[in-house]
Design a protein around this ligand. Structure first.
Ligand code: BEZ
Length: 211
């Protein structure tokens, strides 16, 4: 059964471009993003890894560790990482798992036999400090991911884990948020001193509380 939201993200140890990694130790008590690639020396994956390297500072700001995976061995990743630098100008600055025996890929359900029975699809798992799965997204091999969207979701997850709010369509950090319908108007006045706007009794906007 595929991992679902709220499931515990299973721990593992794996060989990576930065040595042996114990997943839980690597995450510490922060957030994590585990994402898979179909294969080394492929064009879309090359652009994605360069982009994650470029955004590493943004993940750091969010106390979020990134960990990539491709089913090829680490020895292959080492050759590929030079190509990634040549092609994107970005040096790999986070570990990339080599998973030739598919231990981690199988554990996380990253192989989808109806898409391809040997290659991993483009899976993304966001994991919270409680080691629970907070987001899963699966893309086909032919579509590169939008890592700005992953950052946007992490912003929402981190905010909504602290306040009784949710974030509306296309929300980005700093924009108004929605007060949880379970909060009464009286309670909302206390919890959200910047005030709120009622569009419908169940749709009340308030400025982002931590700004
Ligand atoms: C790519 O990264 O470009 C790719 C990998 C596997 C299948 C198709 C595309």
């Amino acid at each position: 059964m595929a991992l679902q939201l709220g499931d515990i993200a299973p721990n593992f140890t794996a060989e990576t471009t930065e040595g042996t990694v114990d997943f839980y130790e690597y995450l510490g008590d922060g957030w994590g993003v585990l994402f898979s690639h179909p294969k080394d020396f492929t064009p879309v994956c090359t652009t994605e890894l360069g982009e994650v390297a470029r955004l590493k500072g943004e993940f750091d700001k969010r106390n979020t560790k990134v960990l990539g995976l491709s089913v090829d061995p680490v020895s292959s990743h080492e050759g590929w990482s030079q190509d990634i630098t040549d092609a994107t100008g970005q040096k790999l600055n986070f570990p990339l798992i080599g998973d030739p025996d598919r231990k981690v890929s199988d554990l996380y359900g990253m192989i989808h036999p109806n898409a391809n029975d040997t290659l991993t699809v483009r899976s993304v798992f966001v994991i919270g400090p409680d080691k629970k799965v907070k987001l899963t997204i699966t893309y086909p091999a032919s579509t590169g991911r939008n890592f700005a969207e992953i950052l946007r979701v992490i912003d929402s997850l981190q905010l909504t884990s602290k306040y009784s709010v949710s974030t509306p369509v296309n929300w980005t950090d700093g924009e108004d948020v929605i007060i949880a319908p379970a909060i009464s108007d009286d309670d909302a006045k206390e919890r959200f001193p910047k005030g709120f706007t009622t569009v419908k009794p169940y749709l009340r906007y308030t400025p982002q509380p931590n700004r």
